[in-house]
Design a protein around this ligand. Sequence first.
Ligand code: GLC
Length: 455
Amino acid sequence: MRYIRFFIVLFLSSSSLVISQNINDFGLNSENAERMQWWSEARFGMFIHWGLYALPARHEWVMSNEQISKKDYEKYVEYFEPDLYNPKEWAALAKNAGMKYVVFTAKHHDGFSMYDTKHSDYKVTNAPIGRDLLKELIDAFRAEDIRIGLYYSLIDWHHPDFLVNEHIHPERNNQTEIAKDKNRNHKKFQKFLKNQLTELMTNYGKIDVLFADFSYPHKKNGKGKAYWNSEDLYSQIRKLQPNIILNDRLDLEEEGGWDYKSPEQFMPQNWVTYKGEKVPWETCQTFSGSWGYHRDQYSWKSHRQTIVMLIETVSKGGNLLLNVGPTARGVIQSEAVERLEATHQWMKYNSRSIYGCTAAPAEFETPDNCLLTYNPKTNRLYVHVLEWPFKTLYLPGLAGKVKYAQILNDASELKLNTKKGAWLDDIKEGDNGLKITIPVRAPSIEVPVIEIFLK
Ligand code: GLC
């Protein structure tokens, strides 16, 4: 009898030791888990929306929003001369903020290629700047050890073979253009997509991420896999870049032609699922609403909101892709720079609670006003304290499970206290919470983190 009890105790205590060794231990098959490893550990990337739309400076959808014709929009090519473009500065900014990968708009919906494509004249090398800006960006970010991702728009409002008669096309109300739809060559457009993606997957070395954008098959005259010929594109992309990580906008959900879900400007309630299973996910977010440079937009998120957004994303097992929209001179706005600088100040001391971290195992209940992350390799739990409580932090369910605790930004010890205090009658008998004594004055950092070494 005594032995049986001994084994039960041994089993119970060992099961609470290391919950999971790998960040991707939630149902990914081993091949996918391996491919996704760096991405899941990185957790934080920079999105860059840059193109002709920086000139009108009122949203990257300006062409559609204002129903500007191809011909009228083309005038911007003449004026695109970002003389202050210095991608080394951008790369340094991303690096400093703690971002591990970049996703850059090789081509957006307006159809203008930011690289030297052989398949269109509508490209940056034909603008006054006359250089392959994508190549320069890739070189600069690689030099900082930042992984390379490309955003590629499937939608192309400039291509003569792209059907106009649908709800978002800029020329959707232009009857002459609509009448031409019957003569547009669908095959030619599909070939164009494949050619451009082939160039991008071939001419710039290893591409780590592809963010294809986007499908809307359920809309009237909407476009999806049949229109893009997604299956063919998918096999071509995989063939040329076998380890590339692909978003979910090629409309190949059922076919499994995607690696992660990409909720946009949205904070999911919980870990994102597909058919009831947890899947890798990344939320892309802007600082102020528009992706491209928007001169007159003032809805900037605060420094703190940005940092909390990063923590909250990781606390739900996701990645954050945070966007900047440089001006047509080639400059990242000071508002964005300030926020990235604040992120830098926070990450400098706390990145351990982000990199390699994920949602805390379900058995750890989230304390009041906190967000939890967990590193499965080191078996450490991170408590992000959004509202610093007075003297005691109560951690439900953690009694007996903690070896050591410290404030992360200065590695100062915090005393563990499992005894019931005179005024702790509110904690019920049998409750296995742990109390940690914390200083009255909150650490002077935007969001303080407590690092917990689990047994
Ligand atoms: C959307 C928008 C686009 C933006 C993208 C970012 O699909 O059309 O402007 O680039 O999302 O996720």
